[in-house]
Design a protein around this ligand. Structure first.
Ligand SMILES: Cc1ncc(COP(=O)(O)O)c(C=O)c1O
Length: 338
């Protein structure tokens, strides 16, 4: 284990690992993934990823459990989602087994960077797929590079699990209804920066509404939305949002808790009937909302200053599985021998 890293103070920042993992795709064939210390690419200036944004990425974590074992959480789901993103941007999908091999290799080569249990820190993997064919005429490339960048990251909540204020944004649309919102591609993030950075400057996060009518909740900054209304777990149905693996896990756990899980279009005003609301994703698991502020309409939806009981329970249930404190009955964690 790296002795010079203060794990609990890491934050969500890049810490240089020893190795990254790469695999190229040329003439219709994927290379075997290999580890390299070189963190730079020799990339043609006309590569399709640079010219036309032909790139997709993922985000997943490995946890050191209470038993000292390392667990990679639901990597197959990230592999499948990346394959969907690849198809969405006319790229060669990374085969699931190659994706898994690359993640395991990135882990094995950077075992020293897996934070100890109890620090709240984790080893984050950023799989990246880029188009590398040089092209000036508009069109997709035929060559691709798959890269896995591991980095230890600190706990999302270095103190206690707490709430964040969210601001309703109507001046930036993250993704069109039949655009690329359902894919994890860089363009969606670049186009949302104007809204997310404005919210961050105020110490808040933002909520994106559906781009067509600005009536329904689509997503939060880089996370899905969830709300609790009576005995119901509500989450938006939209063609423009990323299918969150955390949300999928929480829906499963919510059903086990006896909640009714409903995925449907959610009008912004329905926040008034919810007892709890949150954003959910790999980074935080759950980021509960204390308030949602709709500045334009002069309305504030309040949920209390402390995380509510239902979302708190779900948060702890999922974290307990990830850290091996409760049984992984769904087979979500791959335990890696180390
Ligand atoms: C736009 C967006 N929505 C939702 C999510 C949550 O997805 P997951 O739970 O798979 O991390 C993320 C983060 O990855 C995201 O960037």
């Amino acid at each position: 284990m790296k002795q010079d890293i203060d794990w609990s103070k890491l934050g969500f920042h890049y810490t240089e690992p020893d190795y990254i993992v790469r695999a190229g795709y040329h003439d219709g064939v994927w290379e075997e993934p290999y580890a390299t210390k070189d963190k730079f690419l020799h990339l043609h200036v006309s590569a399709t990823c640079l010219q036309y944004g032909q790139e997709a990425f993922e985000g997943l974590k490995a946890f050191r459990g209470v038993d000292g074992k390392i667990r990679i959480f639901r990597w197959r789901d990230n592999a499948r989602r990346m394959a969907q993103s690849a198809k969405g941007l006319f790229m060669a999908p990374v085969p699931e087994e190659l994706f898994g091999k690359a993640i395991r290799l990135a882990l094995e080569k950077n075992l020293d960077f897996v934070p100890p249990y109890g620090t709240g820190a984790t080893l984050y993997f950023r799989p990246l797929l880029i188009g590398t064919t040089p092209r000036l005429g508009v069109g997709p490339g035929r060559d691709f590079e798959f890269i896995v960048i591991p980095s230890p990251i600190g706990p999302y909540y270095p103190g206690k699990f707490h709430c964040t204020t969210f601001i309703v944004n109507r001046y930036v649309d993250r993704a069109a209804p039949y655009g690329t919102g359902q894919f994890k591609v860089g363009g969606n993030y670049a186009s949302s920066f104007r809204a997310t950075e404005a919210a961050h400057a105020m110490g808040c996060d933002c909520i994106f509404l559906d781009a067509k009518q600005h009536k329904f909740i689509d997503e939060c900054s880089a996370a899905n939305f969830i709300g609790i209304k009576g005995n119901e777990y509500l989450t938006p149905k939209s063609s423009a949002i990323l299918p969150s693996i955390t949300n999928d896990s929480l829906m499963t756990l919510a059903k086990e808790m006896g909640l009714k899980v409903t995925r449907r279009r959610i009008r912004l005003e329905e926040l008034a009937d919810m007892s709890e609301a949150a954003a959910c994703g790999t980074a935080a698991v759950i980021s509960p909302m204390n308030k949602v502020v709709d500045t334009e309409k002069g309305v504030t939806y309040s949920f209390g200053d402390e995380p509510g009981p239902v979302l708190s329970q779900l948060y702890h249930m999922l974290k307990d599985i990830q850290y091996g404190r409760s049984e992984d009955t769904h087979g979500w964690c791959e335990i890696v021998n180390n």
